[in-house]
Design a protein around this ligand. Structure first.
Ligand code: FEO
Length: 184
């Protein structure tokens, strides 16, 4: 009987405790990211840049999607999600450029965290988790590039409020569309 149970358990592709802990941390961090971007949206609203605020509200929704993608994956792999207290996000920005620089830094931190989890998944030969993380890592190329591109545009608007309001209009058109591909 014990042998049968052992063989049966051997057939379940379970995650290690170490990997579950790291994926759990990432669920919480993605929620913190959503909170961070909502705080940035609030700052933009407070200086009457509603298009920039819209950009961050959409960004916040994307981060919640990311959190739920990790959340669902952990349960699919027979793990459990533990939600932690979410840290207070920054809200003391100097100007719109400063907000996007902080967002860019945040995305670079996300990439670095994902690389570390991918390193662990690779060490453990946990191929399905590597596949999941590759989806996120590819997303990060776009996320970082989006922030960097907007930073460059804001810098070009320096001392030109008309150009800044044009950029605000452009960002007002951003809409949230949940990814629908099979990998998403
Ligand atoms: Fe979930 Fe913006 O990384």
């Amino acid at each position: 009987m014990l042998i049968i149970m052992f063989l049966f358990m051997g057939g379940i592709s379970m995650l290690s405790e170490k990997l579950i802990a790291k994926l759990n941390e990432q669920v919480n961090f993605e929620i913190y990211s959503a909170y961070t971007y909502l705080s940035m949206a609030s700052y933009c609203e407070s200086i009457d840049l509603s298009g920039f605020a819209n950009f961050f509200k959409v960004q916040s929704q994307e981060e919640l999607f990311h959190a739920m993608k990790f959340y669902d994956y952990i349960f699919q792999k027979n793990g459990t999600v533990t939600l932690e207290q979410i840290e207070k996000p920054h809200s003391d920005f100097d100007n719109i450029l400063n907000v996007f620089e902080a967002g860019y830094e945040h995305e670079q931190m996300v990439t670095s965290r994902l690389y570390k989890i991918a390193d662990i998944a690779t060490e453990e030969k946990e191929h399905s988790t590597i596949g999941l993380l590759n989806w996120f890592i590819n997303e990060q190329v776009e996320e970082e590039n989006t922030f960097n591109t907007i930073i460059k545009k804001i810098r070009r608007c320096e001392n030109n409020s008309a150009a800044l309001y044009m950029l605000d209009d452009e960002l007002a058109t951003r809409v949230y569309t949940p990814p629908t591909t099979t990998n998403a």
